[in-house]
Design a protein around this ligand. Structure first.
Ligand code: NOJ
Ligand code: CA
Length: 699
């Protein structure tokens, strides 16, 4: 591990010697000492990224606290407000001056127990600025800024002080005043059930945005990519971004408690990091590790029990109406069904089996009466201890489902006893769920502080019991997997399930080509790919197919490609197991790993297509996933990542000439091709198609 940590200039010292304004040209060099009166530090302080390209400024402009950023000396974020409004206390962020600064630079690397990369380099420069009100309450805060070559983060720190103890933040005043009316890729946060983030993406200029979720991906006319998000969301409220008509300024908008407060706390206190990832091209946005670098190191010392895996499950049947969660003739979670799924997993190298609908509570309108969910008592036709023992014997992880219906208190009451039971049964992973209306009596905003605390409590309790977590309808991912690597994966976007439901219809073919450059930048997603029976319609009805039908708008090759494109340490083989019988294409799912040494985006245009190459952890084996939107495309990619002088075989799963997602989606050609470094692969995809490739050393 390389570690250079140096204090470049320390707080009071600069104030005492009375430094003069530091220009952006020489951000790190202390100026010659001179005698000056208040203010004791320059009222505009800058810090540059290690490569010098990105410069962040924190300033008090006529007493208003602002930040701004440039890249290659061109403005990216114009002076933008910082501060808070409180309940029963004046706003903080006006009438202030900068009074101290501290600087350091750090360059160190850390390994991840699992991920789309194995190792992360954290090289940044930090500026911390102490800010004080000039009169009145004379409250103080610090702004901490870290600037990396690929972006920046800043956070608020509120020290303990006489006039700022217990507080309720009503709004955070943070602005992102974009210097250009960049094109944004967004999902709304102000529609019904907004917090689940399961909406379709739209694009348009910042000046047309209303309330949107993060990560928010932006593109400038010159090709600069910028992603606004947050890191280390701990005991705080999730941040949306609020646009204003014909304005390029986006303002932080925090999810609220029922009583209108956003964040309840007491000093000392600090906010999550507000992050801005920057890149010169869309391909350089992934893999994104910025938020990981802004989270504390792992709190779990020995992570060997945390295992990435593929899994199957009693799940899709409920979404296509061949099984039910609740009891009755079609009850999915029976002992016999579960044993069959475990057998299939064991026979095909899948590490786990998920079972939904095993526990009491489903036989009511559970989205409204989720307080009846019982997390320890199984339906009579489900032998929980017997199944757990069977799974252990077959070396398959039983993934226990905990749907809360968003009745969180009911879940919290049972958390300790349920997790203790699972641990006794040898259960190593659970899937949680928060379907349900947050307007239920006692409901809490999905992205609010209450739920942030709840999810953290679940993760920590699970860790104590040796259990890993996959969350649906989650709090957004802000990189906490670095600190809690048992936080494996989550939903937080439209997954495969939407393709099974009626109503507004499924995901358009472009959906995953957008996800890759937006939601996936925040962390793994439990998308649940791998549907092989692509012409199924809900309820088994066999009506003529139109694009409005509830079925995946995808070819079979594309279903395979999603395992590589959409990263998750847990990847479901989501279809009914009978739909995999006798399918040569299933070999790709057997082979594809869920843990990687490195990731390279070979090609990508947001909303059009993506080609990703990933190297299997600890092996000289590469996997390529390519997907396109509603247009057929051919993309050439150089195999310049292979080891020179070594012979490889590419096992290619591609759309056949006759493949068409609507009329003939499962047509697929499997070929083998000898390849070496430097060769160029031509990847041809039909509309809504894709291609999946395994490249292994020649035998
Ligand atoms: C929605 C989840 O996304 C899905 O995976 C689950 O089956 C249902 N809720 C029921 O919990
Ligand atoms: Ca969901």
């Amino acid at each position: 591990m390389r570690r250079i940590t140096r204090v470049v200039a320390a707080l009071g010292i600069l104030a005492l010697i009375g430094a003069t304004r530091q220009g952006p040209q020489a951000p790190e060099r202390p100026q010659a000492p001179q005698r000056r009166q208040v203010p004791q530090v320059p009222q505009s302080l800058t810090v540059a990224s290690p490569d010098g390209r990105t410069v962040v400024t924190v300033a008090a402009n006529n007493g208003r606290l602002v930040w701004s950023a440039t890249r290659d000396e061109r403005p990216v974020v114009s002076p933008s407000r910082l501060g808070f409004t409180f309940r029963n206390a004046p706003e903080l962020g006006a009438g202030v001056q900068l009074v101290e600064q501290a600087r350091r630079e750090q360059d160190e690397s850390f390994t991840l127990p699992w991920g789309e990369v194995a190792r992360v380099r954290d090289h940044h420069r930090e500026l911390r600025v102490k800010v004080a009100e000039r009169d009145g309450l004379r409250r103080e805060l610090w702004i901490a800024v870290r600037v990396f070559d690929d972006g920046l983060g800043f956070r608020y720190e509120l020290p303990q002080q006489p006039n700022l103890g217990e507080f309720e933040i009503l709004e955070e005043l943070t602005e992102f005043s974009m210097s250009e009316d960049m094109k944004a890729w967004w999902i709304p946060a102000d529609v019904s059930s907004p917090d689940r983030q399961e909406m379709l993406w739209s694009s348009g200029p910042v000046s047309k945005l209303r309330l949107v979720h993060t990560p928010l991906t932006l593109q400038s006319s010159a090709g600069l990519q910028a992603v606004i998000h947050e890191a280390d969301l701990t005991d705080y409220a999730g941040m949306y971004l609020q646009g204003r008509s014909e304005s390029r300024t986006l303002t932080a908008s925090l999810a609220k408690w029922r009583d209108g407060a956003a964040v309840k706390g007491r000093t000392p206190f600090r906010s999550p990091w507000r992050t801005l990832q920057l890149a010169d091209a869309a391909e350089q946005l992934a893999p994104s590790t910025l938020t990981l670098r802004l989270n504390p190191p792992s709190r779990i010392a020995d992570t060997r029990w945390i295992t990435p895996m593929k899994y199957n499950g009693i799940w899709w049947g409920m979404h296509v109406n061949t099984m039910t969660w609740g009891s009755g003739r079609l009850h999915g979670a029976t002992t016999a069904n579960t044993r069959a799924y475990i057998d299939f997993a064991a026979a095909n190298g899948l590490g786990g089996t998920l079972v939904e609908g095993w526990n009491l509570g489903w036989d009511v309108d559970w989205m409204k009466q989720g307080d009846g969910f019982n997390f320890t008592t199984a339906y009579p036709d489900y032998d929980l201890p017997g199944i757990a023992a069977y799974a252990r014997q077959k070396n398959v992880a039983l993934i226990v489902h905990n749907e809360t219906g968003s009745f969180v208190e009911n879940y919290e009451r049972q958390l300790d006893s349920a997790f203790a039971l699972y641990q006794r049964l040898g259960v190593r992973a659970i899937k949680t769920g928060y379907v349900g209306d947050t307007t239920n009596p006692g409901g809490h905003a999905h992205q609010g502080q209450y739920m942030v605390r709840h999810h953290r409590r679940v993760i920590e309790t699970a860790a104590r019991h040796g259990i890993s977590v996959v969350m649906h309808e989650p709090i957004k991912d802000t990189g906490e997997r670095r600190t809690w690597p048992n936080m494996l994966s989550r939903e937080g976007a439209r997954g495969m399930e939407f393709n099974a439901w009626g109503g507004e219809g499924g995901n358009p073919p472009e959906h995953e080509t957008i996800l890759f450059f937006t939601r996936m930048l925040s962390g793994p997603m439990d998308f649940t790919p791998g549907i092989f029976n692509l012409t199924i319609t809900r309820s088994g009805s066999n009506v003529p197919r139109t694009p409005q039908d509830s079925r995946p708008r995808s070819t079979l090759a594309r279903q395979l490609a999603l395992y590589v494109v959409l990263y998750s340490p847990v990847q479901m083989a989501a279809d009914l197991i009978e739909n995999y019988e006798g399918q040569p294409a299933f070999q790709f799912i057997r082979d594809v790993p869920t843990d990687w040494d490195t990731t390279r985006v070979l090609h990508g245009r947001i909303g059009d297509d993506v080609v990703v190459a990933r190297k299997a952890k600890g092996k000289d084996e590469w996997f390529i996933g390519a997907i396109t939107d509603e247009e057929a495309r051919e993309i050439t990619v150089p195999l310049d990542f292979l080891t020179a002088g070594r012979g490889y075989v590419a096992e290619i799963y591609r759309d056949a000439p006759a493949t068409d997602w609507m009329t003939n989606p499962t047509a697929l050609t499997i070929t083998q091709l000898p390849v070496t470094r430097g060769e160029v692969l031509r990847i041809a995809m039909m509309r809504a198609g894709g291609q999946a490739i395994r490249i292994r050393p020649a035998r």
